[in-house]
Design a protein around this ligand. Structure first.
Ligand code: PMP
Length: 445
């Protein structure tokens, strides 16, 4: 197909697995059209970041732009922010792009300690430590917090970085049904000796790992209920806020703020700087003891080059904007905008008849396609419409085989007009591809 040859499909078909890509090369979409002609067509290169806070994507294959509903750019800090950019440029001049050293070997700049204090203050914990990559924050930290003789109870839809961290820990791992406090309790009860809460148990330590917003479901964690269960069974809680920090809560402080949970009730708060703050890296915020323990034992801290100083400065500046410490009300406006945008987009999609996953306030919005053959058809039709819309489609093995979906990520930099136009395209595509599954028409799987 021409669209595929010109590289249209790749940007919206975000299939992450080589095997699945190969599979799709051989099959047809739901209109019986061959899906792709060359493996390369599944990739596209973004030529440069657009000058509108990454609201649109500018791609090499076409000079036209498409509305960016793919990036995790929740607060619109990706690129060209008037407060962040000059400060990031200064930090580049002062510290260069890399420290070329691990934190303990001369790789700690003033910016790193400033960011750690700021993150701790922002999320409401006594201390924090930052890492060069969000993925590593989970995969390297979890094995330092729990090991042999310990039990990790992980939500069934936790991110791969958590899964790898748990696997690398030597602890026993059990999985509980996604976002289901009752099933978590069942698993905990089975694991506690005698089946009685608060009695002697076989495990040295139990850690329950959950996410604030689930990135493929758009769902908020049932955090208050999960914490209640953890308290009852004296289990520790580990909360990954990659998609919720900065994105939800009245002042952007994540699911704790949104759901009225005291941060003191979450033992370990993890987050990334890649979604709301337009940068890269991750953090752990916890008690002074836990943070010191990680600083002394975690290989991701001891043996990895520290976070790039300009990336650190970007996060510092973005958090200051969110807190209003830049002297403007832009932070508050961004937070209000992302909430309004998300709730507007979600309710409009529902009215149109799409099956939308997730909760109000969440900027992550998957709509169900179910049939994997509808993925390329959906992506392609999106691009055929006059307004080009870049979306991510998600399929097996990221989701079960018959639960394919398209996912929209809403940003504070989208205007109501952008979203209205995108909804119009999505509605037309939904009719063409046959994915307006009003409740009565939903496939029973
Ligand atoms: N945790 C979750 C829940 C994520 O979705 C991601 C990445 N999307 C990560 C951790 C890893 O973060 P990063 O991309 O910043 O390395």
């Amino acid at each position: 197909d021409d669209d595929v040859k010109q590289g249209y499909a790749p940007i919206c078909v975000g299939l992450e697995d080589f095997f699945v890509r190969r599979l799709y090369l051989r099959v047809q979409d739901c209109f019986g059209r061959p899906i792709a002609s060359a493996p390369d067509s599944w990739f596209d290169v973004v030529e440069r970041t657009s000058d509108d806070n990454n609201k649109t994507l500018q791609r090499t294959s076409k000079t036209t732009r498409c509305l960016n509903l793919t990036s995790y750019n929740y607060l619109g800090f990706a690129a060209a922010d008037e407060y962040c950019v000059p400060r990031v440029v200064d930090s580049l001049k002062k510290y260069s792009a890399s420290t070329c050293s691990a934190r303990v070997d001369g790789g700690t700049t003033k910016l790193h300690t400033e960011l750690e204090e700021l993150v701790a203050r922002f999320v409401g914990k006594p201390a924090a430590v930052v890492f060069g990559m969000g993925y590593v924050t989970n995969s390297a930290t979890i094995p330092c917090l729990i090991g042999k003789g310990g039990l990790i109870i992980s939500d069934s839809l936790n991110h791969n970085s958590i899964v790898n961290g748990a696997r690398g820990s030597d602890a026993t791992v059990r999985v509980f049904r996604h976002n289901c406090p009752a099933h978590l309790e069942k698993v905990l009860r089975e694991q506690v000796a005698g089946g009685q809460p608060r009695t002697h148990r076989a495990w040295k330590k139990i850690v329950v790992v959950v996410e604030g917003i689930y990135s493929m479901e758009g769902e908020l964690c049932k955090l208050p209920e999960i914490i209640a269960v953890c308290k009852k069974y004296k289990a520790y809680t580990y909360l990954d806020e990659a998609h919720s920090i900065g994105a939800v809560g009245r002042s952007g402080r994540g699911v704790c703020e949104l759901l009225g949970v005291d941060p003191a009730d979450v033992d370990v708060m993890m987050g990334t700087f890649t979604k709301s703050f337009g940068s890269c890296g991750g953090y752990i915020a916890a008690s002074e003891e836990i943070v010191q323990h990680l600083k002394h034992t975690c290989p991701g801290h001891l043996y990895a080059t520290s976070m790039s100083p300009p990336a650190v400065q970007q996060v510092i500046s973005a958090i200051r904007v969110v807190l209003g410490e830049d002297g403007s009300s832009r932070g508050a406006q961004k937070l209000a905008r992302i909430r309004e945008n998300s709730n507007f987009f979600r309710s409009e999609l529902k009215k149109m008849g799409f099956e939308v996953l997730g909760d109000n306030d969440s900027p992550v919005m998957p709509i169900m396609l179910y049939n994997p053959a509808k993925i390329p058809a959906f992506s392609r039709e999106c691009f055929r419409q006059k307004l080009q819309v870049a979306v991510i489609t998600v399929a097996f093995p990221v989701t079960p085989l018959l639960l394919a979906r398209a996912r929209f990520c809403i940003s504070a930099s989208h205007t109501r007009e952008d979203l209205t136009k995108a909804l119009d395209v999505i509605s037309r595509v939904g009719d063409l591809v046959g994915i307006k599954y009003f409740p009565a028409q939903r496939p029973k799987i």
